[in-house]
Design a protein around this ligand. Structure first.
Ligand code: PHE
Length: 446
């Protein structure tokens, strides 16, 4: 069990804060036109993400096993259909798919530790920075090397058991990462086009809102909070019985949102001030913008290397949680050694990840429904499986689980808090998810 509430907060925050905040949030915001997208994302965090996260933690703590077996226990206790264990199985698969590409992008970040440390970006402008990025991605062998390195590191940490090392990493490194990010926002405020960046992120232009963009924002709310696939449920299984779930979850959600917004405020002012960069740059956005800041700052070589090192750590604390649902299940099911399971799971993910490595070079033109391999895996996991998993979790916690179980876990059963929770989990979350799904499908095919 986590030795205190703080340790759970650290582990769950370690899972939540990762590439989703620093890499993905800025680039999908750029692709989806800014302010309106950000607003929808924030609404999804508050109205859907927070209730679902509370549900995952409370289910995890009520079941105290791997997500799959936790669901089996809860299904048995409430005497309902074993259909609901699907949540656990789908989560295992989603975690697997996400980790396969997550490790590739994290590998990019690791390689940037050395690029920045080696001074490749000193005095860089947009052209140099984009050139370095494109040359790097064009070489599958190099990308594969960093990808493999990251996967091996993940396997080693997972194999040795999560708790200790991780907590140290999160406790010390995450605050430094946040300080560096805020420093970068300072740089962007002085040298970038800060007004344009802020306007892009926060000015609401309803005409830029589409259902497809709304689905992306909703999927990202799940992704960034590590929801819909059991990662937080798996961590909830270790949470002490007397900790307040609702306030803990709100803390984690707030921290995660702050990191994402800081990343956006660091990146977009640079995008608008530097020739040759555009908000809709795609997955390369972070890698093409932030090195320019470091390349033009005194001490930027060291700071830049440190920054990407911390991003890599943030990625590894998330990667570990992606394996947790599958790992704990296999350990329970086969009474297997953690290390063995970690190696087999990691190897499969690594293999699947090669598809993503090649999506940016050799296979860039091989498309299914107009999407590359990376885009297909990404789409399936975060736009389909996470929201679907989140909806099933909301329905299960809101309508199937006995009120007594929920009340025992939450520690309140009436008043404002209860009303908010009931509204969120039983109505807002499932209805919101269904509406976004239905309209997106209708708009794409109708
Ligand atoms: N939340 C992590 C991030 O933002 C990614 C993640 C998704 C981790 C789902 C676990 C489960 O980087």
């Amino acid at each position: 069990m986590w030795s205190s509430r703080l340790l759970f907060v650290l582990a769950a925050t370690g899972s939540a804060v990762g590439l989703g905040n620093i890499w993905k949030f800025p680039y999908i915001t750029g692709e989806n036109g800014g302010g309106a997208f950000v607003l929808v994302y924030l609404i999804c965090i508050a109205a859907i993400g927070i209730p679902v996260m509370i549900a995952e933690v409370l289910m995890g703590r009520a079941g105290r096993q791997s997500p799959i077996n936790t669901l089996r226990t809860l299904v048995r206790d409430s005497g309902t259909s074993s259909f609901w264990t699907l949540i656990g199985w789908m989560g295992v698969l989603a975690g697997f798919l996400i980790l396969s590409y997550y490790a590739v992008i994290a590998g990019w970040a690791v390689s940037y530790v050395f690029r920045l440390g080696g001074g490749a970006f000193v005095g860089a402008d947009g052209e140099l920075s984009s050139g370095i990025f494109n040359d790097f991605l064009a070489n599958p062998w190099e990308v594969l090397l960093w990808h493999s390195l990251f996967m091996v590191a993940t396997i080693i940490i997972v194999a040795r058991g999560v708790v200790r090392g991780l907590q140290v990493a999160v406790r010390w490194l995450m605050p430094i990462l946040l300080v560096l990010l805020i420093g970068l926002v300072g740089y962007a405020a002085v040298y970038g086009d800060f007004a344009a960046g802020v306007a892009f992120l926060f000015s609401f232009d309803a005409s830029k809102l589409s259902w497809a963009g709304t689905l992306t924002a909703m999927g990202h709310a799940f992704f960034t909070l590590s929801l819909g696939m059991g990662a937080i449920m798996a961590y909830g299984a270790y949470l002490q019985s007397n900790t307040s779930i609702s306030s803990t979850v709100i803390t984690i959600g707030t921290l995660d949102t702050v990191v994402a917004l800081a990343a956006g405020l660091a990146i977009f002012p640079i995008v608008f001030a530097v020739e040759g960069l555009a908000p809709g740059e795609g997955p390369g956005l972070m890698f093409q913008t932030l090195p320019i800041a470091f390349g033009n700052l005194p001490g930027g070589t060291v700071l830049g290397a440190l920054f990407f090192l911390l991003v890599s750590f943030a990625a590894i604390t998330s990667a570990i949680s992606l394996t947790e649902p599958a790992l704990t299940y296999l350990v329970e099911r086969y009474n297997a050694k953690r290390s063995r399971v970690a190696i087999s799971l990691g190897s499969f993910c690594w293999l699947l990840g090669i598809g993503t490595v090649l999506s940016f070079n050799t296979w860039a033109d091989a498309k299914l429904f107009g999407l590359t391999f990376f885009e297909v895996v990404d789409y399936l996991s975060y736009k389909v499986m996470l929201p679907l998993g989140g909806m099933l979790i909301a329905l299960f916690a809101g309508w199937v689980l006995s009120k007594q179980t929920v009340v025992d876990q939450l520690g309140f059963e009436d008043g404002m808090k209860w009303t908010l929770w009931r509204t969120g989990i039983a109505f807002a979350a499932p209805a919101g998810i269904v509406i976004v799904f239905v309209y997106t499908i209708y708009q794409s095919f109708g």
